[in-house]
Design a protein around this ligand. Structure first.
Ligand code: GLN
Ligand code: ZN
Length: 761
């Protein structure tokens, strides 16, 4: 008989009403003192543990909770404090300085946690660092849960292999020595847990899913070293976000349990488990609920699945759990959530997922009939949901499409000539990425309108006035291609989601993005369809104010998809195509209204890359197709732009080319010429605008600095198709600094043009 337990890998930190965020921000603004802050944090930590206990989760994690980020916690625990923060005495001040920076020290770099929308702080190794265990955070958390709730919990730590993989500041050949220095600290930490009587510890090693044979061998040595010194503590080695390539090697690690993701693995983990078996003496921690999406689990299907698995592999103990930490979904369905009932009934957030786990355990132990009623309910809700979002016979299907729908009629070079004639732009045209400062005034206007204190007419008049103001400003600055400023948008995905069919928005469905910053991803519950023009009114109005060209501004299909919770009954490709098809209608509407330059932003295209390189091609192919589906039907003289904002483009230059956009503007100013070096060997021959200044800081760079970037770029980019623009949208900046920086940018472009003219003459 197999022992069955429910387990959780991690729980959202932010609290049902984002109490966590509020405590943090109040502390930072010195509205509460440290003691109060620490008390509030403890309370929220215990609340998360209690929520899981209340849903009868058998093995509840601790120390996944953090004051900012669990990777930063790990770095600080091992004393990886970069030199620039060393002068700060107090540990908590140091911690937040690393997270948020100080006047004199830039914060640690922030980057995506694998292929999720959570951002972690990148640990930095420096030569002079002395590693030591500054505190045992997992032990403290374990003790707290025991003292206040009287329960045994499972401390979670980030494994050494993954920690080092995610860090920077070392060369490949130094890895072995870093392991040698840090292994004793892991041992010390784990020995303290062992001594305390902790039964299980969860060591997260998501990076193992992409580890090569050599890497997995090196990782195994880490775990052997740990086992030698910490013999009686049970270690659950936890992987997630994909299947394990080196499965056979992984299951032979000297640990007591192995955690596998059976949801995001494309069926590979199960396949390997069936063909290569699973050690009888280890616990199988089976991730069987989707920890990254928000729909109810099909209990019947999952129960059948896990029942069959248990009967086939006959392990002595199995834990059923979500595929990964529930950090990536909202805490719980809020009692005041306002969504259509049928939709609400189809949702399961973190707390509800815990309930599902318990039901599955019951079903597994006592047979399907024991949870028959719940199964029927879920089936009914999921069935209603299936029909809830299906649209009319107008709904487009992929079969209707032909190659023509993805292809512009004329090749780029010819289009360029035609566009040059019809747009009449100077050499090195200047433009911005779309948004202008969303000042307190703009935000308060939108609030008033949302709360119905302002009528539609009042709000519209306000937006128009902002456009008037900023068209004047842009003309005054001397920019060549203008924008309307995006004052009517809070968020570049939400704005379109609210206007397309198939999207819904929660009021309380917050998810942590980084630090205290939370987002509310839209739900794509049904077929996405175009209803009516979404941006034409504002764009046409802005265009009516100026004789310069105003660029239409849309968010691309892949970005809309990647920043939403998507339905599961269609493939991501199909959903992207539906969105693309709807956007195509918007593009056509803009063109018809006389807009000659249209930008379709795809800042999230790259982050959607699958973890495994072998899956990249498939994703990139349909992502590029989706983009082309939305932009290919325009006339030759209509210029399509796109924008992406990160600096490592090397991986996807082929795809960028495949988008067949006439112009791409990208973030560049912080990449220190790396990309230019790359372009030297792999020229990019379509329109390209490399960001000439960083928009993340209020600093106004002098024209000379931007001129240097332009001149360097012109050494490798064709002059007749190079654009001058900032790194990204200016929404987070203040008006004064924006205007000053753009003036310098226009001046830099002018000087660059002058010097080009001189070289020619
Ligand atoms: N057009 C958008 C803006 O300017 C682009 C934002 C982004 O790339 N994230 O705000
Ligand atoms: Zn951007």
């Amino acid at each position: 008989m197999t022992v069955v337990k429910t387990s959780s890998l991690g729980f959202p930190r932010i609290g049902l009403n984002r109490e966590w965020k509020k405590s943090l921000e109040s502390y930072w603004k010195e509205k509460i003192d440290r003691e109060t802050f620490l008390q509030e944090m403890d309370k929220q930590f215990l609340e998360a543990v209690k929520t899981q206990l209340d849903q009868q989760i058998d093995i509840v994690p601790v120390s996944d909770f953090t004051y900012y980020d669990h990777v930063l916690d790990t770095a600080v625990m091992f004393n990886l404090i970069p030199e620039r923060f060393k002068h700060i005495q107090d540990p908590l001040d140091t911690y937040f300085a690393m997270a948020r920076g100080t006047r004199n020290a830039v914060p640690c770099e922030m980057t995506k946690w694998f292929n999720t929308n959570y951002h972690y702080l990148v640990p930095e190794f420096e030569k002079s660092m002395e590693f030591r265990l500054t505190k045992n955070k997992p032990l403290e958390a374990y003790r707290k849960a025991k003292a206040f709730l009287g329960v045994e919990t499972k401390p979670v730590i980030l494994g050494l292999y993954t920690f080092v993989t995610l860090a920077k500041g070392y060369e490949k050949q130094e890895v072995a020595s870093i392991y040698q220095q840090l292994i004793p600290l892991y041992i010390q930490l784990l020995q303290e847990l062992e001594l305390e009587g902790v039964r299980w510890v969860q060591i997260d090693e998501p990076a193992l899913v992409t580890a090569s044979r050599e890497e997995i061998a090196a990782a195994k040595e880490i775990y052997q070293a740990i086992k030698d010194e910490v013999p009686t503590l049970n270690v659950l080695l936890q992987t997630y976000f994909d299947s394990v390539d080196e499965y056979e090697e992984l299951i032979s690690f000297p640990v007591e349990g192995i955690g596998l993701d059976f949801v995001h693995d494309q069926g590979k983990n199960l396949e390997q488990l069936k063909s290569l078996g699973f050690p009888k003496n280890k616990v199988l921690a089976a991730g069987i609920l989707d920890g990254r999406n928000i729909w109810k689990t099909n209990l019947e299907e999952r129960l059948d699945w896990i029942t069959e698995l248990v009967s086939e592999i006959r392990v002595s103990e199995i834990w059923i759990q979500p595929s990964n930490s529930l950090l990536h979904v909202p805490v719980a369905i809020h009692p005041d959530e306002q969504l259509a009932k049928d939709l609400l009934n189809g949702l399961a957030f973190a707390k509800e997922k815990c309930v599902e786990l318990h039901l599955l355990k019951e079903g597994l132990l006592s047979g399907k009939a024991a949870i028959g009623e719940q199964i029927n309910n879920v089936n009914r809700h999921l069935d209603i949901l299936k029909h809830f979002g299906t649209a009319t016979d107008q709904t487009f299907t992929e079969e209707q499409l032909t190659e023509k729908d993805f292809t512009r009629e004329t090749a780029y070079e010819k289009r360029l000539t035609l566009q040059n004639e019809s747009l009449g732009l100077p050499l090195l045209p200047t433009t911005t990425i779309g948004s202008f400062p969303q000042t307190a005034e703009v935000r308060s206007a939108r609030q008033k309108w949302r709360k119905q204190e302002w009528s539609d007419g009042e709000y519209e008049a306000f937006i128009k006035a902002e456009m008037n103001k900023w068209i004047d400003i842009q003309e005054d600055i001397g920019l060549d291609v203008l924008v309307h400023g995006e004052f009517e948008r809070t968020d570049m995905v939400e704005y379109f989601g609210e206007k397309l069919a198939g999207f819904a928005f929660t009021k309380f469905g917050w998810v942590q993005s980084y630090g205290s910053r939370c987002v509310r991803p839209p739900l794509i519950y049904g077929d996405v369809e175009f209803k009516e023009p979404m941006t034409v009114k504002e764009t046409v109005y802005a265009q009516s104010l100026t004789s310069k060209k105003v660029k239409g501004m849309l968010t691309g299909p892949v970005t809309i998809l990647n920043w939403s919770f998507a339905r599961c009954d269609l493939s991501r490709k199909e959903i992207a195509f539906q969105i693309a098809y709807a956007l195509k209608k918007e593009v056509e509407a803009l063109e018809k209204a006389g807009i000659q330059i249209i930008q379709v932003d795809e800042p999230a295209l790259r982050e959607g890359l699958p973890l495994k390189e072998r899956d990249w091609n498939d994703y990139l192919t349909w992502a590029a197709q989706a983009f082309r589906l939305s932009t290919s039907s325009v006339q030759d003289t209509t210029q399509i732009h796109t924008h992406m904002c990160y600096s490592h483009f090397e991986d996807i230059v082929d795809t960028i080319e495949e988008l067949d956009a006439d112009v791409i503007t990208i973030e560049h100013s912080r990449s220190h010429g790396e990309f230019l070096e790359y372009l030297e060997h792999r020229p990019y021959l379509k329109g390209l605008g490399l960001g000439v200044y960083d928009i993340h800081s209020p600093r106004v760079p002098p024209a000379s600095e931007m001129l240097t970037i332009i001149c360097d770029a012109l050494k490798v980019c064709p002059k007749d198709r190079f654009w001058v623009n900032p790194d990204c949208g200016l929404k987070t900046r203040q008006p004064e600094e924006t205007i000053a920086a753009l003036k310098n940018m226009v001046e830099a472009a002018k000087q660059a043009r002058d010097s080009l003219a001189q070289t020619v003459s």
